[in-house]
Design a binder for this molecule. Structure first.
Ligand code: SAH
Length: 472
């Protein structure tokens, strides 16, 4: 299972194609040596992702074999792999500590029957579905409604990683489900634990190999998880590491849920609060975000009260309106960071599209629609937005509004040249706002020793990978 650099670097695409054909020739000769009822283990470490699955399909269509299940043969940690549901195991560099490796288990049929045609189907992500949607899917399979509740509970309460573990379902249904649906998983790529305050920063690999990050924080009011909503971000804020390489893709609801579930399992403690303040602009992925919140706050699923969920936005004004229509009881946080449009434009490109007054108006409307007070985030950057003048201007802007301001000394990132405000300036800034009757909290910067600023850890891993080179 070690690395095989000689194959990795010397094989051309043409040779890869030949290799797949060569394997078929070998298989066409050797299958007869497997007795009826016996097992054929197709195990290979060739280069492209698809060819092995193609070969397995070919065996099933052309030779008297049927797909077999791994069952207890696989170590626990690998049972939930997505490819296992398809009857094969595919290990990938970056996601597993080995090179590309593919294993399929096949059993020779007793009377020489072949599987006619292997149905190729896009497997749907069942973990992003709500109860009603699972019910509708089951109705299509002719199954009874109560099964949907059982499956939903297995996924979101017991949080199993495979259909095989859903032991109160008939075996035939479990098999059917594993053909049609997938249960997306995250793999811990790295976990850094702060020596200062126990904050944990996770880098997770998604099933397509992308990396995201999430943070676990312990507060007096309970444990909190900071969730990413996208792979990368396209908002371009000047002080943020998440946006340096742009947006890769949106996260599915299941991928957001899994960040919370996975961390809860890993730490072994209850998570009572969730903030969507990791990588990405949540309102740029609104539909999936709302789905995520509804499942996370469902008593029969995530069980986290909406009042303990915070969504932070850089200020996509029309989307704030759409979020308000959902009538969720979550807290909305607006990333303000500047008291006037001119300064805000130098820090946040979105300020060229929407003015601060449009943002504030949208937040007021949000409050009217939901009864939830909006928070304003203000990251203090030394010499840029942390002076007495800016504090006075901010106070003028927010005075009389039902709101709360979070002051956060900015977390410096390597790629940009700016510093966090001095503690004395932070304290002064706070005093000025308070004098004008505004609620202010200084948020402690947590886990600074573990690259806790948005996107920093993910970026390190992606850059390291690029330097290592490699395939997949
Ligand atoms: N895109 C959303 C949510 C993700 S960022 C938003 O803009 O609100 C979460 C918060 O972290 C935002 O307030 C963002 O401005 C802030 N942030 C980003 N980089 C930071 C840094 N280096 N130091 C301090 N805060 C930062």
């Amino acid at each position: 299972m070690g690395r095989k650099p000689e194959i990795r670097y010397s094989v051309t695409p043409e040779q890869v194609k030949e290799l797949a054909a060569l394997q078929r020739q070998i298989l066409a000769n050797v299958w007869r040596y497997v007795r009826p009822g016996g097992t054929l283990l197709y195990s290979t470490c060739t280069v492209t992702r698809e060819e092995n699955a193609e070969n397995r399909r070919w065996i099933l269509e052309e030779l008297p074999f049927r797909a077999d299940e791994f069952g207890d043969l696989l170590p626990e940690a690998l049972r939930g792999e997505r490819s296992v549901a398809e009857g094969a195991l595919r290990l990938l560099p970056g996601m597993h500590p080995c090179d590309v490796f593919y294993i399929a288990l096949l059993r020779r049929t007793l009377r020489g029957e072949r599987q006619q045609k292997v149905i190729r189907m896009e497997q749907k992500d069942i973990k992003s579905m709500n109860g009603a949607e699972i019910e509708a899917e089951l109705a299509l399979l002719g199954e009874r409604r109560f099964r949907a509740g059982q499956i939903y509970s297995w996924l979101h309460q017991k949080r199993v990683t495979s259909f095989e573990e859903m032991t109160n379902l008939p075996k035939s249904l479990r098999q059917e489900l594993s053909v049609r649906f997938r249960i997306p998983q995250l793999t811990v790529e790295e976990c850094r634990i702060s020596r200062d305050d126990g904050t944990r920063k996770y880098a997770f690999a998604l099933e397509d190999g992308n990396i995201i990050e999430s943070v676990f924080m312990r507060y007096r009011h309970g444990n909190s998880v900071c969730v990413s909503s996208q792979v990368g971000c396209r908002m371009g804020c000047s002080f943020c590491a998440s946006t340096l390489d742009g947006l890769e893709r949106n996260l599915a609801p299941s991928e957001m849920l899994e960040q919370v579930y996975r961390i809860q399992r890993d730490v072994g403690e209850r998570v009572s609060h969730v903030v969507v303040m990791g990588t990405g602009e949540p309102l740029d992925n609104l539909e999936n975000l709302v789905r995520f919140i509804r499942i996370l706050s469902d008593e029969k699923a995530g069980g986290i009260s909406q009042r303990n969920i915070t969504v932070s936005t850089c200020g996509l004004v029309p989307r704030i309106g759409r979020l308000a229509e959902e009538k969720l009881q979550i807290t909305l946080a607006l990333s303000l960071h500047a008291p006037n449009d001119a300064l805000r434009r130098t820090m946040m490109p979105i300020a060229n599209t929407y003015t601060i007054s449009q943002c504030l108006e949208a937040c007021e409307a949000y409050f009217r629609a939901t009864g939830r007070r909006v928070s304003y985030e203000y990251s203090l950057v030394e010499g840029i937005n942390d002076g007495r003048e800016q504090a006075e201007e901010l106070a003028g802007l927010l005075q009389g509004r039902n709101c709360h301001v979070n002051l956060i000394p900015v977390n410096p990132i390597e790629e940009r040249n700016f510093r966090e405000s001095r503690p004395a300036n932070v304290a002064n800034f706070k005093k000025i706002l308070e004098k004008r009757g505004i609620n202010v909290t200084i948020r402690r910067s947590m886990g600074a020793d573990i690259d806790s600023a948005c996107g920093q850890l993910r970026r390190k891993i992606v850059v390291q990978r690029e330097q290592r080179g490699g395939i997949s």
